[in-house]
Structure formats: structure tokens, C-alpha cells
Design a protein around this ligand. Structure first.
Ligand code: NAD
Length: 435
């Protein structure tokens, strides 16, 4: 029996309820999930299963602050699904994070892992705190107590955290150490995104941008275009954007615009990306004052005439207000959720190909998987091997999604959700429901 949305009352979809704001990245993701479930004609039980996280843990984190006072923070870990394997997902520190947001992000991870055929489920964690107001040692105590409270959740075979907003290699090192102290052995595979010296993987830092470019090259070859004949605009010049820009530049593409919070930089003859990278390697990591290009706004960058647009800054950049003016032929979503649900339809009508975030930026989780494999083997790969395997997995993922989009006559975004949901649902059917 196909699922009946009106009967559905648990998990993510509490209906009847307020109309979803389809410009929000999380609700856009939920709408896309719903649409893919329709295409797959998913039965109601399976829909309910996939729409409900398997576990939601809320912990109190009491910490003795530098002042000597006790402060209590709230921490979350949501495991959306672990049918394909141990769950995987980052931990963010943010003053306004909510359980609802963590639930949506955990589901996002399930689909992302399934798209690239990584044997992981999806999870996400968070601590509600303002890391900017914490000292280094307060941050360490928050992290260690959060980890201690999650000892029954985390584990190399159970649930494997990674960095996310406001967390980094150092936070991962503290989690690994706390978990290891409690299990009385060094357990490097309990987190990924660690410093290389503690069992991190070579190539992890560049992995997301590298994966973005692999999918762009695959898309260009489907459209019969040579990379050295295309123009590219990149929004965001951080980890994902700068690596994507550099690798497209190395392919001979003309990168006509880049940007960051300081604004946009345009040169129709092409920007010297190695020079821009050197410029931002200046401590403040900003493009502000970069010469060799004229100033434009971030909004103008999005509307430039170009072959490939890479939004790699933040969510909700291309929405119902500006989608009509986008002129790129391909949009590769380096960021999570840069195009809203409402914009999808407008861009589709304009014939723009979108390489969706759960495919385009899945190179990061793919190399996180490689890190976990290397930790478990106790044998570390060369960067060349990491990159070769990453390229292969991303290329296979693109081809799989492209084939589904061709078969069902749907967009790559819909195809990615259909592929991911189908994979999890098929595995679940084989495993059966434990009673
Ligand atoms: P980052 O902090 O290294 O870089 C972000 C960049 O975007 C910076 O250059 C910043 O100045 C710029 N920026 C911020 N707001 C902007 C705005 N309004 N307009 C233009 N530029 C703006 O972050 P990152 O790791 O590169 O992540 C970027 C996006 O990619 C995020 O959505 C993140 O969730 C997603 N992502 C990152 C990874 C990863 O491995 N780093 C993996 C998957 C997805």
C-alpha cells in the first residue's frame, strides 16, 4: 500500500502542521525525500521507517568553567539509520542548534553515504554552546564530557563522529582520546577527520573539492564539453571552494569569478587561482584586497554567464528570488543545500543541470570512510592511492545516479534521492525487521 501522507504523524513529518517553508535547507531536503518516495511508490511502512530516526540521545554536559562556576550545556546525537553499517556524521558546536536541525542533518548523511556506496548509515551530533566564548580548556572539558556521556553511542562499529561546524581536528583528537581512555586501548577508528599523526588520512582536507571536480568532469563529458573549454564561477573560497577552483584551473578551465564573505572577484580572462590561494594564505584567509580581478557582489557572481557554477559557501544561496536569473549550464553543489526546493523547479525549466549536494560534496565522507578503513587495518595509504580510489568511487556514483535519472526521466537530484532511498530500503527488506 503506498504511504498516506495525511496519516503520518511520527518522525520528521508531523502532519497536519504548519506549511513547510520550502526555502529552508532542511525542509527542502525533507520535500525531496518525500518526492523520491513518491517516485519509488514506497509503501507506507517503509516510508515511516525511513522517516524516523532510530535513536535520539540528549545529554546534559556539566562543566567546571575557568571561573570555578558550573555551567550545564545540552548535547545531542541522532542516529537516523544504521541499516547499511555503523552510522556516520559530524558534530557541530553552535549556540542555537536544535534537535530538529540535528535530526534533519542526520537523515541527510544517510542519503549521502548511500549515494556513494559507502557502508555507513547516517548520524549527526551537536552541543548547544558558543565555542567563541569558551577558552581552549573549557572547550576540551565540554568535548570530553560530551564524549563520556556518549560512550554507549559512539564506537568504531557503532557510530563514528567527524568534524562539522565549529569543530575541528583538535576536537576529534579529544574525542578519540576520551573514548580510548575509557576502553583502555587506542581506538583511532572511533572518529574521522583526525590529525594525520593520530590516524587521519592523507587527502582528507582536499577530498570534498576533489570529489566536486570529479563529478563536474563526469557531467561535462556527458554534455560533450572539454574541461579546458569551459568557464567557471565559484562562490566561497574556503576548503571546498578553493580546492574546487584550483582543480578546475589545473584542468585548463577559465575560472572567471571567485568570492568569499568579503565579496566577489571577476576577471573575464580568467583568475590566476594559484595566486589567489597564495593571497589567502595570509593568516586572515580572506580575499579582501585581491587584485587581478574587478569587484562584484556575491549575488552578481551567481548570475554570471558561465558554464559551471560552484556554490561552495553556504545554504539557501539560489532561491525563488534569483533562480530565474541564473545563467550557468551546470550547478555543482559544493555546499550543503545551496539551492532551495522552490528554486529546483525554476532551474529545471531553464534546462540547468544540478549536481546535487548529496552526490557532489560526498568526497568528504568517502575519504572519511577511507580513514576508518586505514585505522582498522593499521596500514596507511599514499595520497595517490586515496585520490585514485576517491575518483573511482565518485565517478561510479555519478554514473549510477545519471543512469537512474535517465531511466526514470528525472533530475539528477531526484535520481540521487531515489537511488539512496532504494538502496537503504532494499537492504532493510533483505535484513527484515527484528521482532
Ligand atoms: P569554509 O569555512 O572553509 O569556507 C566557507 C567559505 O565561504 C569562506 O571562504 C567564506 O568566506 C565564504 N562565505 C561564507 N558566507 C558567504 C557568503 N554569504 N557569500 C560568499 N561567500 C561566503 O567551509 P567549507 O568547509 O569550505 O564548507 C563550505 C560548504 O561546504 C558548507 O556548506 C559545508 O557544509 C559544505 N561541505 C563541506 C565539506 C568539507 O569537507 N569541508 C564537506 C561537505 C560539505
Amino acid at each position: 500500500m503506498p504511504y498516506n501522507k495525511d496519516l503520518y504523524t511520527t518522525g520528521y513529518y508531523k502532519e497536519p502542521g504548519p506549511k513547510l517553508d520550502q526555502e529552508s535547507p532542511f525542509e527542502s531536503m525533507l520535500e525531496r525525500f518525500r518526492m523520491a518516495a513518491d517516485i519509488l511508490n514506497l509503501d507506507e511502512g517503509m516510508f515511516q521507517y525511513l522517516a524516523s530516526p532510530v535513536k535520539q540521545v540528549i545529554v546534559s554536559i556539566p562543566v567546571i568553567m575557568d571561573s570555578g562556576n558550573i555551567e550545564v550545556f545540552e548535547g545531542y546525537r541522532v542516529i537516523h539509520d544504521n541499516v547499511l553499517g555503523p552510522s556516520k556524521g559530524g558534530i557541530r558546536y553552535s549556540p542555537d542548534v536544535t534537535l530538529e536541525e540535528v535530526k534533519a542533518l542526520a537523515a541527510w548523511m544517510t542519503w549521502k553515504c548511500a549515494v556513494v556506496n559507502v557502508p555507513f548509515g547516517g548520524a549527526k551530533g551537536a552541543v548547544r554552546c558558543d565555542p567563541k566564548s569558551l577558552s581552549h580548556s573549557e572547550l576540551e572539558r565540554v568535548t570530553r564530557r560530551y564524549t563520556a556521556n556518549m560512550l554507549g553511542v559512539f564506537g568504531p562499529d557503532r557510530d563514528i563522529p567527524a568534524p562539522d561546524m565549529n569543530t575541528n581536528e583538535q576536537v576529534m583528537a579529544w574525542i578519540m582520546d576520551t573514548y580510548s581512555m575509557n576502553s583502555q586501548r587506542t581506538e583511532t577508528a572511533v572518529v574521522t577527520g583526525k590529525p594525520i599523526i593520530l590516524g587521519g588520512s592523507k587527502g582528507r582536507k582536499e577530498a570534498t573539492g576533489r570529489g566536486v571536480v570529479t563529478t563536474i568532469l563526469a557531467a561535462l563529458s556527458k554534455l560533450g564539453k572539454m574541461p579546458n573549454k569551459v568557464t567557471v564561477a565559484v562562490q566561497g573560497f574556503g576548503n571546498v571552494g578553493s580546492i574546487s577552483a584550483q582543480l578546475m584551473y589545473e584542468q585548463g578551465a577559465r575560472v572567471v569569478a571567485i568570492s568569499d564573505v568579503s565579496g566577489g572577484y571577476f576577471n573575464k580572462k580568467g583568475i590566476d587561482i594559484p595566486a589567489a590561494l597564495e593571497y589567502t594564505d595570509n593568516g586572515k584567509k580572506s580575499l579582501e584586497g585581491f587584485s587581478g580581478a574587478e569587484s562584484i557582489s556575491n549575488e552578481e557572481l551567481l548570475k554570471l554567464e558561465c558554464d559551471v557554477l560552484i556554490p561552495a559557501a553556504r545554504e539557501d544561496q539560489i532561491n525563488r528570488h534569483n533562480a530565474e536569473q541564473i545563467k550557468a549550464k551546470i550547478i555543482a553543489e559544493g555546499a550543503n543545500g545551496p539551492v532551495t526546493f522552490n528554486a529546483d523547479k525554476i532551474l529545471e525549466n531553464k534546462g540547468i543541470m544540478i549536481i546535487p549536494d548529496i552526490l557532489a560534496n560526498a568526497g568528504g565522507v568517502t575519504v572519511s570512510y577511507f580513514e576508518w578503513v586505514q585505522d582498522r587495518q593499521g596500514y596507511f595509504w599514499t595520497e595517490e592511492r586515496v585520490n585514485r580510489r576517491l575518483n573511482r568511487m565518485m565517478r561510479n556514483a555519478f554514473d549510477n545516479i545519471y543512469q537512474v535519472s535517465d531511466e526514470y526521466k528525472i533530475t539528477l537530484r531526484q535520481a540521487a534521492y531515489v537511488y539512496a532511498i532504494n538502496r537503504v530500503a532494499t537492504t532493510l527488506k533483505m535484513r527484515g525487521i527484528y521482532a
